[in-house]
Design a protein around this ligand. Structure first.
Ligand code: GLA
Length: 331
């Protein structure tokens, strides 16, 4: 963090700067449920987007990124518009940001970027938004900047989350409960090496299929669909079964039942692979590999089509994993 902070301070031309950090996340379970009014269980990572900033008296907005994405102009514009809708006065800023969250890896680099920059833009303008309001504004900004009709899980956990403290978020109404992880459980994040972009239309296609299914069944969102109503519709079936898995996972973690928690992960992967159809052969192979290495269970995490796998492993197994797989982090 210190070297990044130094680089940011240098990019701002020296002098006093304030800093804010916004974490990336790994989603334990609850994939493609947020935009269906369902439940999710994401956890903040130690990887984050660090933003240094200072107010400018002349009203000019000047934001630079020290790494990818190097052009943050569309993000800045979209955030300024979304935050103006929440009452932000137009105030000038010099800001520089640097992120350790890999892009296209399913770890919410966009959520970290939008919350980090969004917070900096709010603070120079003296605007204190409730975390859920900030998260929703940043979600709108992301949709405008990228065209992806995303849910607000990533922004919520970036605004509120802490490492090793998954958040159970009810996406209808944004109620949040913190869930502790059992001490002897390690959460490993492993990279498949396949990069993906959710703006290629496939995420939007899945979301449209969910909305069409809800309309056909006659419910406002798939959260209210019963298993028997979606038995013949794989996309909707994933959402309904995934909501059940979130509840099962919370029960298993609270009971310290790591075998059950691992089984929920692996079942979640099978549902994303077979019903929701967002896995890839590389992700499937990596899930199998992690289980072969002794994980309780594993699954792809994030939107899918590439990126990372999350695995639950016994604590003592975690340090050696880097010899066998491309380990991003262990928490
Ligand atoms: C992306 C979106 C989230 C969520 C996940 C899938 O990360 O930004 O809102 O829909 O995909 O669970």
């Amino acid at each position: 963090m210190d070297r990044r902070a130094d680089a940011i301070a240098a990019a701002l031309g020296g002098g006093d700067a304030a800093f804010v950090r916004a974490p990336g996340r790994v989603n334990l379970i609850g994939e493609h449920t947020d935009y269906n009014d369902g439940w999710v269980l994401p956890m903040a990572l130690e990887l984050d987007c660090l933003v240094g900033y200072r107010r400018r008296a002349d009203g000019v907005v000047n934001v630079v990124s020290l790494d990818a994405p190097d052009d943050v102009a569309p993000w800045t514009e979209a955030l300024l518009a979304a935050l103006a809708e929440e009452g932000r006065e137009p105030v000038g800023i010099d800001a520089a940001l640097a992120s350790t969250v890999p892009m296209g890896a399913g770890l919410a680099s966009s959520g970290a970027l939008s919350i980090g920059l969004g917070l900096a833009l709010c603070r120079v303008a003296g605007l204190a938004l409730e975390p859920a309001v900030l998260a929703e504004a940043c979600r709108r900004a992301e949709e405008r900047a990228t065209g992806v009709p995303c849910g607000f899980m990533d922004q919520m956990v970036s605004a509120l989350g802490r490492p090793r403290e998954p958040l159970l978020i009810d996406c209808r109404g944004a109620d949040v409960e913190r869930v502790a992880l059992p001490e002897d459980l390690a959460v490993a994040v492993v990279d498949s090496g396949v990069r993906r972009s959710l703006s290629d239309g496939r995420y939007a296609e899945r979301r449209a299929a969910c909305e069409a299914a809800a309309a056909r069944i006659g419910v406002g969102s798939l959260r209210d669909a019963k298993p028997e109503q979606v038995a013949d519709d794989p996309v909707a079936r994933h959402v309904v079964s995934e909501n059940e898995r979130v509840q099962r996972m919370v029960g298993a973690l609270r009971a310290g039942d790591l075998v059950e928690a691992g089984a929920v992960l692996t079942e979640g992967h099978e549902s994303l692979r077979d019903d929701f159809a967002v896995s890839t052969p590389e992700l499937d192979a990596l899930v199998e590999r992690m289980v072969g290495l002794g994980a309780y269970g594993a699954r792809l995490t994030g939107g899918g089509f590439g990126g990372c796998v999350i695995a639950f492993t016994p604590r003592e197994l975690a340090p050696g994993l880097a010899d066998s797989v491309n380990l991003v982090c262990v928490q």
